[in-house]
Design a protein around this ligand. Structure first.
Ligand SMILES: Nc1nc2c(c(=O)[nH]1)N[C@H]1C(S)=C(S)[C@@H](COP(=O)(O)OP(=O)(O)OC[C@H]3O[C@@H](n4cnc5c(=O)[nH]c(N)nc54)[C@H](O)[C@@H]3O)O[C@H]1N2
Ligand SMILES: Nc1nc2c(c(=O)[nH]1)N[C@H]1C(S)=C(S)[C@@H](COP(=O)(O)OP(=O)(O)OC[C@H]3O[C@@H](n4cnc5c(=O)[nH]c(N)nc54)[C@H](O)[C@@H]3O)O[C@H]1N2
Ligand code: SF4
Ligand SMILES: [Mo]
Length: 796
């Protein structure tokens, strides 16, 4: 296809990026990926001036920023050039020459690094079996999903690993409880009650969903009522009608009490419950015990407020519920919490109705397609080389399920309800220290920092140090690198051209290829290329485009009408956009209440109130069984559950997850982000601070039964006096601002030091673990311990 065939350069106005070119200037499309895994991949235009990446702004063709034409980016996105030229980047392959954890590394060549890794992989396969090789993915970085899964598949291991504390936990529970029904408010302009429950879109979807957030405020002006259920108030929460300041980790109790009121006061949708809810009577009987009075003691929410919001949820229609990472994913009873919350939506008759959940208007088909699409960028993991074992065949499991060492979800659920096979990082790390014959021998920690992502970094480090062989690939030297045999230097996506993605909008369809802006710094290489290079060394080259990732892009473009050469031609630097004829720009009204279809995979084709899909099934430890009805367990340490611990540790501690200035534990190295929030903070109510003699900006020691950290007090009215909330992950230094990175063990600033890590407490369906604990605090004279990343004999 050529530019003439329907493709237009959109009529956008000149921008800073295009004005007054100085020297040799090029402007190229790129997908910003600084929010990690979420729908927030913003299309950008990057200006390269005389070979230097100078400036970035929104790509108006790509349709982020709430629609086509937007140019703004968030603060983090604007600092992309700082990410590329960050002085702390890893530039060369490094080999450990001392003890694990010693920080003694020396520079080696790529050939030596890749040969050493390939030898270790061949040895592990021969001596212990290929399933003893694991790839750890934290947030499911795109390359790990795309290439990592494909590589494992060829090698013969099903053990792609996920962290067990992200949205997969909630999503899988959702699929098992309300089937294919969506929990996204599909037509918010028809919604009369919006419940934001543990959701933080103003931080985690800053740009892409700006339209949605703005819309939320517009709808409020129309009269839509908003309830925000979060321990800490923030910008959008402050615009809600009711703020429910729940104690972290107690959402399960609140949800059960809401079910109690809605059912007890006969506020449920009778027609829906009779026809589409499995065992409604059993649920009704079960929730009689969970009174608002009971829940108030646990959640800290006044009894009257629980009645008030339950009655609103039972009577105001349509109600839409926006769910987020704040419940279900990071509590050790996350599954039953999520089940209970999804049941509230279901029994009130709000599934798949206009203004309720799902039931969004549909876009017309894309103007063209590319092959084999996954989440957002293309995925290849469906490429199937794993052999089914007799056990897999006997149980009807996908090939490889029996060889998952530490299944994240119970094995029976992978076929119909999970995104892919997965072992779970924290369990895999524990297994290193076991005598299991198939325990991990080789681990690739790819674009993940287990020492910041998982609970109890000290235990994680102790186990990682016992591996036969451990390698990582990262742009920056994180704490986990110290526990590796080989560290590979990754270039950023701005230095490679391995990714492309398509976005379909009402006005037309956009295809954006990541264009290489500059040559990779030092000897850093593309993450995509390294899998292809390793595959060639392992003898899989024929299926890996003989090591050339352009072959992958060509395969993806098959059938799209575009060639790679066209996309790389200078006239398409900003991406291509095929316009939809004006008369076809009409959103399509969906069918509503498609319950037969949505619940097709669920027992009796119904919503699982009495959970026959779970009940009696073997759990993810392969030892216990799952129950039938929602239970409340609570965090390992809590005010109501463990009063004896609360006597010494009287405050509740938790942390927020996706922050607009960070991507998980990183991006504190970028001056434009770090200058806004220079220090690891903890928010504390002024009354609580005063009672400890703590002033705004004081360092405080925060100690739980599991460890201690030092954080900077930020006095904040919008948090309950008994709760502290921090932001995790401060290992990176910012050289330009001369601000340090902080340690991830006791005395540092990493919140994960504080939480329980007892495997017996992990959720038996989803492996979720608690990020809530009890703490005591006092003023502290010293800053947190600085990061001990010391690279000897090497150059970073
Ligand atoms: N206490 C607490 N713990 C949590 C959470 C929480 O809210 N609180 N959230 C959980 C959730 S939802 C998630 S998803 C996980 C996330 O956990 P992780 O995915 O482990 O995230 P990070 O700790 O930021 O580590 C990401 C690493 O990727 C590197 N990186 C960045 N860009 C590139 C690149 O292009 N190539 C390569 N090779 N490396 C790159 C970064 O330098 C960094 O070292 O954490 C979980 N852990
Ligand atoms: N900017 C940015 N965007 C991101 C990411 C990032 O690191 N940075 N990460 C991406 C990833 S991997 C993920 S998983 C998503 C997550 O995106 P979201 O689903 O939006 O989840 P969170 O950011 O964790 O927001 C959870 C909200 O719940 C609140 N909360 C905390 N504890 C509790 C609790 O116990 N109960 C209740 N009811 N609320 C609670 C928190 O204060 C926060 O406001 O974001 C993605 N987008
Ligand atoms: S919201 Fe900001 S950091 Fe996130 S993808 Fe968009 S521009 Fe990048
Ligand atoms: Mo996540």
């Amino acid at each position: 296809m050529t530019a003439a065939a329907g493709m237009t350069a959109a009529p956008f106005v000149a921008s800073a990026a295009e004005e007054a070119p100085k020297g040799n200037v090029e402007v190229k499309h790129m997908w910003c990926q600084m929010c990690g895994v979420s729908e927030t991949y913003c299309g950008t235009l990057c200006t390269v001036e005389d070979g230097v990446f100078k400036h970035v702004e929104g790509n108006p063709l790509a349709g982020n920023n709430g629609g086509r034409g937007g140019r703004t980016l968030c603060a983090k996105g604007n600092s992309a050039p700082q990410l590329v030229y960050d002085p702390s980047r890893i530039l060369y392959p490094m080999k450990l020459v001392g003890e694990k954890g010693s920080g003694k590394f020396e520079r080696i060549t790529w050939d030596e690094a890749l040969d050493t890794i390939a030898d270790a992989l061949k040895k592990a396969a021969e001596e212990y079996g290929p399933e003893t090789f694991f790839i750890l993915s934290g947030q499911s970085a795109e390359v790990v999903d795309v290439m990592g899964m494909r590589f494992l598949n060829h090698y013969g291991s099903p053990n792609w690993c996920h962290n067990g504390i992200c949205w997969d936990q909630r999503e899988t529970t959702k699929a098992c409880t309300i089937g294919g029904a969506s929990t996204f408010p599909g037509q918010i302009d028809k919604t009369n009650l919006l419940v934001c429950w543990g959701h933080n879109k103003e931080n985690t979807g800053v740009n892409q969903t700006r339209g949605q957030n703005a819309n939320r405020l517009d709808q409020r002006d129309r009269g839509m009522i908003t309830i925000d259920i979060r321990p800490m108030l923030n910008t959008l929460g402050a615009h809600s009608d009711i703020w429910v300041p729940i104690r972290p980790g107690t959402d399960g109790a609140l949800a059960l009490a809401i079910l109690h009121v809605i059912i007890g006061e006969d506020l449920y949708d009778h027609d829906f419950c009779e026809n589409w809810v499995n065992g409604f009577d059993k649920l009704a009987e079960h929730v009689k015990q969970f009174t608002p009075e009971w829940a108030s003691e646990i959640t800290g929410i006044p009894v009257e407020q629980i009645y008030q919001i339950a009655r609103m949820m039972g009577t105001i229609k349509p109600m839409a519920l926006m769910d987020g990472n704040g419940f279900g994913d990071q509590t050790n009873d996350g599954t039953w919490t999520a089940v209970s919350i999804f049941l509230i939506q279901a029994i009130t008759g709000n599934l798949d109705v206009p203004g309720g959940n799902g039931a969004g208007l549909k876009l017309p088909a894309p103007m063209f397609e590319i092959s084999d699409m996954g989440w957002f960028l293309p995925t290849f993991h469906k490429f199937d080389k794993l052999e089914a074992t007799p056990e897999d065949i006997e149980h009807g499991w996908p090939a490889g399920t029996s060889k998952l060492l530490c299944p994240e979800f119970p094995r029976d659920f992978y076929k119909d309800f999970c995104y892919s096979l997965s072992s779970c990082n924290p369990r895999v790390i524990e297994a290193i220290d076991s005598d299991h014959p198939k325990k991990p021998r080789v681990i690739f920690s790819h674009a993940t920092n287990s020492l910041s992502c998982l609970r109890q970094p000290k235990r994680t480090a102790e186990c990682l140090a016992k591996l036969d062989f451990h390698f990582t690939m990262d742009t920056n030297w994180n704490d986990t690198c110290n526990y590796c045999d080989i560290v590979l230097p990754a270039c950023t996506q701005y230095e490679a051209s391995d990714q492309l993605a398509i976005v379909n909008r009402l006005e037309g369809t956009f295809l954006g290829l990541n264009h290489k802006l500059i040559e990779p710094l030092g000897e850093s290489r593309s993450d995509y290329r390294v899998y292809a290079d390793l595959a060639v060394r392992m003898g899989f080259g024929a299926d890996w485009w003989d090591g050339d990732t352009d072959g992958m892009l060509r395969q993806l473009l098959e059938g799209s009408g575009f060639t790679l050469e066209e996309l790389r031609a200078p006239e398409n630097n900003k991406g291509v956009f095929v316009e939809r004829p004006v008369e076809e720009r009409v959103m399509i009204e969906p069918e509503y209440k498609r319950y037969q279809e949505l619940f097709a995979k669920l027992p009796n084709n119904k919503v699982q109130a009495y959970h026959e899909l779970f009940g009696g099934k073997v759990d993810n430890t392969d030892e216990g069984t799952l129950g039938y009805l929602p239970e409340y367990v609570g965090a390992p340490e809590s005010l109501a559950g463990t009063p004896e611990i609360a006597a010494e540790f009287p405050l509740i501690f938790s942390d927020v997850h996706g922050h607009r200035l960070a991507e998980h534990s990183h991006r504190n190295n970028l001056p434009w982000c770090r200058e806004i929030e220079p220090y690891p903070w903890v928010k504390i109510n002024p009354a609580t601070a005063a009672s400890y003699g703590i002033a705004d900006g004081d360092w405080i020691k925060v100690e739980s039964p599991h460890g201690w950290v030092v954080l900077k007090a930020k006095l904040f009215e919008g948090i309950s006096p008994e709760v502290l909330m921090a932001r995790r992950g401060w290992w990176q230094d910012c050289r330009e601002l001369e601000l340090p990175g902080y340690g991830c063990f006791d005395g540092g600033a990493e919140c994960n030091v504080l939480y329980d890590n007892n495997p017996a407490n992990w959720d038996k369906f989803s492996t979720a673990s608690a990020k809530q604990t009890l703490v005591k605090i006092c003023k502290w004279d010293e800053e947190p311990a600085e990061n001990e990343i010391v690279i000897e004999n090497g150059e970073l």
